[in-house]
Write a protein that binds this ligand. Sequence first.
Ligand SMILES: Cc1cc2nc3c(=O)[nH]c(=O)nc-3n(C[C@H](O)[C@H](O)[C@H](O)COP(=O)(O)OP(=O)(O)OC[C@H]3O[C@@H](n4cnc5c(N)ncnc54)[C@H](O)[C@@H]3O)c2cc1C
Length: 402
Amino acid sequence: MSEVEDFRAEVRAFFDGVPSVMDAAAPPPEEGDDGPAIVLRAKAWRAALFDAGLAAFSYPVAFGGRDDRPDLAAVYQQESHGRVPPEDAVFGIGVGMALPVLRDHGTDELRARFLPPGLRGDEVWCQLYSEPNAGSDLASLATRAVRDGDEWVVTGQKVWTSGAHRADLAILLARTDPTLPKHRGITMLVLPMGQPGVTVRPLRQMTGVAEFNEVFMDEARVPADWVIGDVNDGWRMATALLAHERVATGTASVGGSRDEQRKAGRNPLPAKQLIELARRAGRAGDPNVRQQLATAWTGERIMGWLGRRRAHPSIGKLWRTKQGRYAADVAAALQFPAGVAWEADDVTADYWQYHVVNCRGMSLGGGTDEIQRNTLGERALGLPKEPGGDGEVPYKDLLRNV
Ligand SMILES: Cc1cc2nc3c(=O)[nH]c(=O)nc-3n(C[C@H](O)[C@H](O)[C@H](O)COP(=O)(O)OP(=O)(O)OC[C@H]3O[C@@H](n4cnc5c(N)ncnc54)[C@H](O)[C@@H]3O)c2cc1C
């Protein structure tokens, strides 16, 4: 056998062993459980993946990666499809967004410090971007970081921070020079979450699950050199990270959970499950229902193809959220009128109910649909920029809600 085929067999054998590695760390959690068992299982999976040399194909060899072997990366892609456990979502922000930015823009010291443990899943990350007065207009953020000797001292409030309750580290955007225009005085820092100056308060969503949080920083400390990119160049870093986020939210496949009913994440309901629901409801022969199922199935295929074509990330993200809403609306209509009385203690009904309410948030996280359209208009189509920008006005002189 060739080296590549040997490798294929190795990857298959690895995935065969994953369930027992995870079960040894913690028993499978109950549906909808977001507690410590998820993190233990996620860490066991990621550590096994890293130790098997399968976790870091796009990273330099010096940091535990394998960027020298694109042929093996392609085999891994094929063999891992649909076999990555859902618990891997714990690393969505670290592995999917923060680490690629560190790899591309961090100093050698930061790369050596954060890449290996991050890729191995020993450290979990969250993203401290949005604030009560800075969501779509992220550059208006008010959290400030002031240099004090060997440290930055950080004070402010973030909101909607996914996974902050279980994060060890955060990628933080803070204002470091209010005398500059708002896009220019921002710096990207790495904040250790487990310190007295950081308070995390969960926010319960309408799904009933508390996936995200408010985070308060009261003179929290960051080592002076834990800066990604240059001081006051954080906006460039922020947009680099957002591009990774939109790719991640736009291209993640439905495949992983196709046969599984899972109450988590930002996956549209799979068309296959809608077809099963239509059969169970005795409506699979109804021409209108068949039309809706065909539309859902087609939308799902388009989502996959957009990912493979590597279309502009905003296109993938927009399509995904549209598909999420459409699939949830079809599910709700299939259950009408009983759907409005879905009971929280009925596991199957609870699953559909979760997705009907969860899909709305997909249009917000990672930049709202409107913002994606603005981005496409301005950056892909070359249309004029939105009027009313704050131009060269120093941040400190802008009118703001306080
Ligand atoms: C599930 C979920 C997870 C999230 N996770 C994180 C996280 O981990 N870390 C983090 O930092 N943030 C996170 N967020 C926050 C998310 O990034 C923001 O909700 C988003 O950027 C929108 O900001 P906002 O909520 O302040 O809404 P606003 O910016 O106040 O927008 C309100 C409405 O106005 C529209 N609007 C605003 N500006 C314009 C414009 N210029 N043109 C046209 N329409 C406009 C918006 O589209 C929206 O409909 C998460 C959000 C969700 C829903």
